[in-house]
Design a protein around this ligand. Structure first.
Ligand code: PMP
Length: 287
């Protein structure tokens, strides 16, 4: 369990770890976040996650209230204080708390920084990966800058809940041309009959996943062909394999899409192999 949470300079007991009622994260979704995996008490791909956090903040003109090096220290201290061996660290930065106004507050209003570390056992994810997951496609109703990792996650909340209602673990968003963009909280991949890995190009229409980037490097090192382009729902139904990637689920095989079995209906061998090898390609930080 999470025992203490870092909020604006203090490590507070979980039950007391709140932000102001007029925090812009609450009122406008005016905040960005990152989720980093923790493995054996160490941060996985810290450098890339912090670089993406800085990019998200820069796109929105929000300041990071400390250096990324100092934030790395807070993340480590949160891991230590919560005795996280396996799990995650969640960081959120909002534009701060001020009387409600659409316009940005003045420079005197400091951003709000939250860092929360949590234990998450790997056993559940491993048994899920052994089975594979079902996904459900639905229209992508999000705004046009989902490359920025904001907390405006309501479309994903609604989509993932709708997926769950049909026994699916993830929603796959589909654009108006019938092409899959990404998952509600993951990047979407298929493998075609030639064994080519296909995942949507990282422009403003998807979040450029850190797990996605690391996997592209891993695949290249293994001599696999990765094609970054949008694929249609029909291509996905006919794929040899499918999977999703995210920091919390790594490489997760997809065995059903909209109730149709993918491949032989079991996790594919490429996905299983890539999952097994993932951490060999990731950056594992010092404790
Ligand atoms: N797309 C979306 C919409 C996500 O929310 C996430 C997870 N945060 C991802 C992709 C995967 O990103 P990452 O591999 O960096 O966790």
């Amino acid at each position: 369990m999470t025992r203490v949470v870092y909020v604006n300079g203090a490590y507070l007991p979980y039950a007391q770890a709140g932000v102001h009622a007029e925090d812009r994260g609450n009122q406008f979704g005016d905040a960005v976040y990152e989720v980093c995996e923790v493995l054996k008490g160490r941060l996985v791909d810290e450098t890339r996650h912090l670089a993406r956090l800085v990019r998200s903040l820069d796109e929105l003109g929000i300041d990071l209230p400390m250096t990324t090096k100092a934030l790395g220290r807070v993340m480590r201290e949160s891991i230590r204080r919560n005795r996280v061996h396996e799990g995650l660290v969640y960081c959120q930065v909002s534009r701060g708390a001020a009387p409600r106004s659409f316009l940005f507050p003045g420079p005197d209003v400091p951003p709000t920084l939250i860092v929360l570390a949590r234990r998450v056992g790997r056993a559940a994810a491993e048994s899920q990966a052994a089975e594979g997951i079902a996904v459900k496609t639905m229209p992508d109703s999000r705004w046009g800058r989902v490359d920025i990792k904001t907390v405006m996650l309501l479309p994903s909340v609604i989509a993932k809940e709708a997926a769950r209602a049909e026994g699916a673990k993830e929603a796959w968003f589909v654009d108006k041309d019938g092409r899959v963009t990404e998952g509600g909280s993951s990047n979407a991949w298929i493998i075609d009959a030639q064994g080519h890995l296909i995942t949507r190009q990282a422009d403003e229409g998807i979040l450029r996943g850190i797990t996605r980037d690391v996997l592209i490097e891993l695949a290249a090192r293994r001599g696999l062909v990765v094609v970054e382009r949008a694929f249609t729902v029909a291509e996905a139904y006919a794929a040899r394999e499918a999977f999703v990637t995210s920091a919390t689920n790594l490489v997760m095989p997809v065995v059903r899409i909209d109730g149709r079995a993918i491949g032989n209906g079991h996790p594919g061998s490429f996905a299983v192999d890539l999952r097994r090898q993932f951490h060999s390609a990731a950056e594992i930080a010092a404790a």
